[in-house]
Every structure is written in structure tokens, then in C-alpha cells.
Design a protein around this ligand. Structure first.
Ligand SMILES: Nc1ncnc2c1ncn2[C@@H]1O[C@H](COP(=O)(O)OP(=O)(O)OP(=O)(O)O)[C@@H](O)[C@H]1O
Length: 289
């Protein structure tokens, strides 16, 4: 059963359960006994510095790699035992750009829809509807190569949503985008969570992409250091804010972690940063290793 008992009694549906997962590339251990769950309908940030293991974890969740140690369930469906059922519930936006630049937006999306067995007419209805939601309705017949980086990302998000998944994974979705495009894409995804009940796992190393109402999983060198709401993580670490908590928790905090915070602060100073909007008072439960 894909739920856990809440403090208040009712069972919460789990969108994703990662249980004692490890993964190595030869001798290199990329994930070491990773366990966490994300509740349905929540925006959860997977926060980790470069090399933490975020992409490896996404590759296992999306069944690109086989999970040899541990188990992964998407809405209760084991990715190994029932990959078809699990993958039907899952949409994914990878870090690397994956549109065919020589095809139009419509062709890129229709091709993906057909891979999911969605009929041509139904596919065009969904494509138009989703493109409108991400403010791209007028780019249907444009070649992908003529889009900006942010617009390409929007099309990739539409593509990931075409088969109507319940859980969306995004791996460093704002990398390489300007501040405006970053905050627009974040706002689009947050609106989907609020309006449609979509569950989201958002991987990033950028602390200013975390909001006070989010759940957070901090991954460092292949290990989960802490999970919970922003308030829980801040409270548990005794830090001033989530940036301080992240810097304090991650190895090499005096250099790498603080540089993340410093970058945020610099962007804020120059008036370029997206609002971090941290509300540290939100009451929630924390689970740490
Ligand atoms: N194909 C591979 N072969 C060997 N080692 C790898 C491979 N892919 C990743 N690694 C190593 O596994 C660890 C985790 O990498 P991973 O790409 O999952 O981290 P990440 O958090 O996604 O980092 P980034 O934010 O830089 O993409 C790193 O030490 C990396 O060097």
C-alpha cells in the first residue's frame, strides 16, 4: 500500500517511495542506501550540490537504470516488478535538452504522444491545451531550433505531461536559463501542483528555488542527510534559514555550500534573484537518517 499513517490519523498517499536504494558505477558509489518518500500533491525539492547523485536517482526512478539494490515505487507500483504501471504515472524532464531541433513544436510533441499510444486527434487536443497553460500556444508550428532555452524547456514540460502523469520529475530544469525564465518555469510548475494536484520532485542545487511551503530532501555525496519541510530542516539544524541549513549540512560547506548562498545573495543584491519567499513557521514532520 502506498501510504503512511499521518500524525492526524488518515493515510497519506505517497507519490514516490525510495527505499534503501544504492547504485555504483564500477567502484564509484553514487547512491548509498537512499530512502525517502514524497506525498502526493506536494512540491518537493531534491537539493544537492553537483555530484550529489540527483541524476543517478532520476535515472533509477525512470527505469533508465535497473534498481539492483533497494526498491522504488511510484504510487505504489514497483518500478522493477511493474515498470509499465509505474512509468504510466511518471513524467520526466531531463537536464539535457532533448527536443529534435529540426522538427516543429507540434511534431516533437505528436511524436512523443504516439509513443504513449495517444491517438492523433486526442494528442492535438492535449498539445494545444498544455501549450496554452505554459503560454506557448502561438509557437505550435515553430521549429524547435527557433525557440529560446526557456521556451524549449516549456515544450519539454508539455511533452512530459502529455500522457497525464501524476508525478513529474524535473532534473535541474532551470540550468542555463536567465533569472526571468527560471522564475517563470518555477511558477508554472507550482501552479500545476496547486491547480491540478500534480506531485513534483524538483532537483536543483539552487537554494533560491526553494519556497517556505515546500518539502525538501537534501542529498549529499549519495546520501540523504535530511528530509522534511523547510521549517523542519531549518529547525533541526538550528540554522537561520534554508540556505544556512543546506550550507551547514553539506560536506565542504565552508566552500561549496556557502558559495551557493553567496551566489543567491549576489543575485538578490543585483535585484535579479527570484524570490526565495521562505516561511520558516510552517509546521511539519521531519525524518532524518
Ligand atoms: N556514467 C558514470 N560513470 C561513472 N561515474 C558517474 C557516472 N555518472 C555519474 N557518476 C558519478 O556519480 C556521482 C553522482 O553523479 P550524478 O550525476 O548523479 O550527480 P548530480 O547530483 O546529478 O550532479 P550534477 O548536478 O552535476 O548533475 C558523481 O560522483 C559522478 O561523478
Amino acid at each position: 500500500m502506498n501510504g503512511i499513517d499521518d500524525e492526524d490519523g488518515p493515510v497519506r498517499t505517497m507519490a514516490l517511495e525510495v527505499s534503501m536504494v544504492s547504485h555504483s558505477y564500477g567502484q564509484k558509489k553514487a547512491l548509498d542506501d537512499v530512502s525517502f518518500s514524497i506525498p502526493a500533491g506536494r512540491f518537493t525539492v531534491l537539493l544537492g550540490l553537483n555530484g550529489a547523485g540527483k541524476t543517478t536517482l532520476f535515472s533509477l526512478i525512470s527505469h533508465l537504470y535497473d534498481t539492483r539494490l533497494g526498491a522504488i515505487r511510484v504510487f505504489g507500483q514497483d518500478i522493477r516488478r511493474a515498470p509499465g504501471e509505474a512509468l504510466r504515472r511518471l513524467g520526466i524532464v531531463f537536464q539535457a535538452r532533448t527536443l529534435d531541433l529540426d522538427l516543429t513544436v507540434s511534431q516533437n510533441l505528436a511524436y512523443h504522444a504516439s509513443l504513449h499510444g495517444i491517438g492523433r486527434r486526442e494528442a492535438m487536443v492535449r498539445i494545444r491545451e498544455l501549450l496554452a497553460q505554459v503560454d506557448m500556444a502561438d509557437r505550435l508550428h515553430d521549429k524547435a531550433r527557433n525557440l529560446s532555452g526557456g521556451q524549449m524547456r516549456r515544450v519539454e514540460i508539455v511533452r512530459a505531461l502529455l500522457h497525464r502523469p501524476s508525478l513529474l520529475l524535473l532534473d535541474e530544469a532551470t540550468v542555463g536559463l536567465d533569472i526571468r525564465s527560471r522564475s517563470d518555469i518555477l511558477a508554472t510548475i507550482r501552479a500545476l501542483v496547486a491547480e491540478t494536484g500534480l506531485s513534483v520532485l524538483w532537483a536543483t542545487h539552487l537554494i533560491d528555488e526553494v519556497q517556505g511551503t515546500d518539502d525538501v530532501v537534501i542529498l549529499d555525496k549519495g546520501q540523504v542527510l535530511v528530509t522534511g519541510t523547510v521549517a523542519d530542516v531549518v529547525g533541526q539544524t538550528g540554522a537561520r534559514d534554508i540556505g544556512g541549513a543546506f550550507a551547514g549540512l553539506t560536506t565542504g560547506a565552508s566552500r561549496s555550500g556557502l558559495s551557493v548562498v553567496a551566489t543567491s545573495m549576489m543575485e538578490e543584491k543585483s535585484g535579479l534573484a527570484a524570490s526565495s519567499d521562505i516561511d520558516e513557521s510552517a509546521p511539519l514532520v521531519v525524518a532524518s537518517r
